[in-house]
Design a protein around this ligand. Structure first.
Ligand code: PLP
Length: 363
């Protein structure tokens, strides 16, 4: 079955083989006579699957032993609050580096639990975001943490590499990597906490991941709900309470699929190819434009504008007819956005570019 290509920013497309396997196992998972959703999270079969997914994720991330992976709930947004609750005292400073809509929200959500300090803000005069400010220009205070968003999903701005904030006494680097985890290798020597919702590049909504260096555990503020205390989650192997069981199952299938593709290094090559194809086409075209400064352009979320915005509705209607779904840009940015996560095949981006070419030719 040829399905349309889904360019949604999140919840986003999942690899077709993963969906096929999930469908085939829906009524009878591993001979249990029931779906994985109906199985106890305390059963041996579930726990085996749970541990396998954690091991495979660790392998894919090339994660050092001094980090633990926590499967939690509450989305990335919940952990905007839970991270400062877990690693800051109320009077500790948290540096915030604002490069788009999601880091704006992180700073706001952290406010009740620490002393938020805006170390950099890349907002343009007209309210957009087009770059990551030079590291040397950041106003870093001595802090318990410094937060960045590695890939701003709404604005299409991505950190090419992670800053070394430890050398500036700026605490643990906290990275919201909701929309680029597993799309490229991460330098864990720079990171204290990486976190995100699963629904962009990993699996279904409902599962959230916190990957935290173990020396940062055990510092939670007294008000921290126990379900969001990272030490509690770590001690219980993320099974302190009922986790997002179906989310963990699907994430595990995605990790199997990713290992079959050759892991993160291999998928990064394809992601680079996909992004280059679309940006190269946009840059040579007189009809389309991406405004993000070249070194900071996202390889996952590519916003673009039509020179004549009056054609937006027609572009969107015709793209749906061509089997290309969810290209409308975020309401705060306008225009179009193509989200091309790991699960988007090169053929999907080729189909998009062919459609854009044809639309340009006929308009
Ligand atoms: C989608 C997204 C979020 C919000 O995730 P929720 O799971 O809805 O809370 C946060 N940060 C980034 C970078 C995102 O892309």
């Amino acid at each position: 079955m040829q399905r349309p290509y889904n360019f949604a920013p999140g919840p986003a497309a999942l690899p077709q083989p993963v969906l096929e396997q999930a469908a085939a196992e829906m009524l009878d998972w591993q001979g249990a006579g029931m779906s994985v959703m109906e199985v106890s999270h305390r059963s041996a079969a579930f726990e085996e699957m749970h541990n396998r997914s954690l091991d495979n994720l660790r392998k894919l991330l090339k994660l050092p032993d001094d980090f633990t992976i926590l499967y939690l709930q509450g989305g990335a947004s919940g952990h905007n609050a839970a991270i400062p609750m877990n690693i800051c005292a109320p009077d500790d400073v948290a540096n915030m580096v604002i490069t788009g809509a999601w880091s704006v929200k992180s700073a706001k959500d952290a406010q009740p639990y620490c002393q938020v300090h805006e170390a950099a803000n890349a907002k343009t005069a007209d309210g957009g975001f087009l770059h990551v400010p030079e590291f040397a220009s950041w106003d870093l205070k001595p802090a318990a943490m410094t937060l960045i968003c590695s890939n701003e999903t709404v604005h299409g701005v991505q950190f090419p590499e992670f800053p070394d904030v430890a050398s500036h006494d700026a605490g643990a680097l906290v990275v919201d990597c909701s929309s680029d985890i597993l799309s490229r290798p991460f330098d864990w020597s720079k990171i204290g906490v990486a976190f995100g919702g699963a629904q962009k590049n990993i699996g279904p909504a409902g599962l959230a991941l916190v990957i935290i260096r173990k020396d940062l555990l055990g510092k939670a503020q007294a008000i921290t709900p126990r379900v969001w205390n990272y030490q509690t989650a770590h001690d219980a192997n993320s099974l302190h309470h009922t986790p997002s069981t179906y989310g963990i199952y699907l994430a595990g299938l995605v990790f199997d699929w990713l290992l079959e593709q050759g892991g993160v290094d291999a998928i990064e090559q394809i992601n680079n190819q996909k992004a280059a194809l679309l940006y190269d086409y946009i840059d040579q075209s007189s009809m389309y434009e991406n405004r993000v400064q070249v070194p900071y352009r996202s390889k996952m979320n590519i916003p673009f504008f039509l020179a004549d915005e009056a054609l937006n509705a027609e572009f969107l209607a015709q793209s749906v007819d061509a089997g290309l779904l969810n290209l409308r840009g975020h309401r705060s940015v306008g225009g179009m956005r193509a989200s091309i996560y790991n699960s988007m095949p090169l053929a999907g981006v080729q189909a998009l570019v062919a459609f854009m070419q044809e639309f340009e030719r006929t308009h």
